[in-house]
Design a protein around this ligand. Structure first.
Ligand code: PLP
Ligand code: COI
Length: 360
């Protein structure tokens, strides 16, 4: 099967420079979208076809569209950063392409070739290049996604899918900036079980998380920390971020058990931390370990990491039975050093020694 080339149908009504600049001055997260999108269709027997770069526009969806009923849908999140010389580069897009394929396999969906995933992102960024912010850690967030586009109510894998990439300028994910978040240890709800869809980036995982997120908010917390589904004590991850535990100069992240998302930021930090001279490991940590090691001072910092959230310190922890301040409640030194190193790499202010940046 041949890979389709992306046909360009540019918008005749892009936003004016002044309107775009006003948005870029304070983009928020996921609130504004660029002028174009890429769409590629997949049909059983025909494969990928009709790859187009078209004006960003609403879709017309049949009420019996299978995704609306059975949620056969996956997505990715990656960022494009303005480099010091004015060019633009994305961070590890091939890792997102590979995870998109892994999510597709789990959700009985067709796998988009990696080259086409990256070409689609590149085509959109090139067309909407003016939307890539050029200040500090702001970026253009790319949201590739795919969903069943077949119409019908039979429960089976669809035979038609639509892949789309949209882009949204992104400032800070947490509007307060680098401010430690408070977390709620969820005991009533679980995110994922062994054999389930936790390692896939599929919409249902996020839908299922919302009631727990609301519960966290009702207890005054910013985010949920998910525990394992069997013993309710092993730390897994957060709603849209992985976690790291800092023991002096050793950092530990929960190992990939199959029920948490293999984060690309998480993976990158294992390497970046080692480059900076820290010991970086995957391991298993319980809620009891967290509380005890915080009290005895061996657990010095905890932070969350992800594409949207970058690196965000955890400042306090709450559950039905306990409530503690993490360290002194302030962003820790290791957390902030890793955050700086990651952002310097992404924004082209340090050498790309691992070949992670994809220039356009
Ligand atoms: N965990 C979940 C549930 C997520 O949605 C995300 C965000 O993508 C992450 C972890 C972090 O993954 P990444 O670093 O690839 O963005
Ligand atoms: C990301 O970091 O890309 C995410 O997907 C997190 C969230 C916005 C769902």
């Amino acid at each position: 099967m041949t890979t389709p080339t992306i046909e360009l149908k540019p918008s005749s009504t892009p936003l004016s420079d002044a309107e775009r600049e006003a948005i870029l001055a304070s983009p928020g997260f996921g609130r504004h979208f660029t002028d174009h999108m890429v769409t590629i269709k997949w049909t059983e027997g025909r494969g990928w076809h009709d790859a187009e770069l078209v004006p960003y526009a609403p879709l017309s969806i049949d009420p019996a569209n299978m995704t609306l009923h059975y949620a056969q849908t996956i997505f990715e999140g990656l960022k494009a950063y303005r480099q010091p010389d004015g060019t633009v580069a994305t961070f590890r897009p091939e890792a997102n392409a590979a995870r998109f394929q892994a999510s597709a396999r789990r959700m009985a969906m067709p796998e988009l070739p990696s080259e086409l995933f990256i070409e689609a992102c590149d085509a959109l960024i090139k067309q909407d290049r003016a939307w890539v912010p050029d200040s500090g850690e702001a970026s253009l967030y790319l949201r590739p996604f795919m969903f069943a586009s077949e119409v019908g109510l039979g429960v089976r894998p669809a035979n038609e899918f639509l892949f789309i990439v949209i882009a949204s300028p992104a400032g800070a994910y947490f509007p307060g900036g680098v401010k430690p978040v408070s977390v709620w240890l969820s005991e009533d709800y679980v995110r994922a079980v062994k054999g389930g869809t936790g390692a896939a980036k599929t919409g249902g995982n996020y839908a299922a998380s919302l009631v727990a997120q609301a519960q966290a908010a009702s207890h005054g917390c910013d985010q949920v920390v998910w525990l394992d589904a069997v013993e309710h004590r092993w730390i897994e991850e957060m709603g849209g971020m992985n976690l790291y535990f800092v023991y002096g100069d050793r950092i530990v992240t929960p190992e990939l058990t199959g029920s948490l998302l293999p984060g690309i930021t998480r993976d990158s930090l294992l390497t970046i931390a080692r480059d900076l001279g820290y010991t970086a490991e995957e391991g298993r940590i319980t809620t009891e370990d967290w509380k005890r090691d915080n009290e005895n001072g061996t657990l010095t910092e905890v932070f969350a990491c992800g594409t949207a959230a970058v690196i965000t310190p955890v400042g306090s922890v709450k559950s039905e039975r306990a409530n503690w301040t993490q360290g002194d409640g302030e962003p820790g030194q290791v957390t902030m050093r890793l955050r700086k190193a990651l952002l310097e790499l992404q924004t082209g202010h340090s050498a790309d020694t691992h070949g992670w940046m994809h220039p356009l």
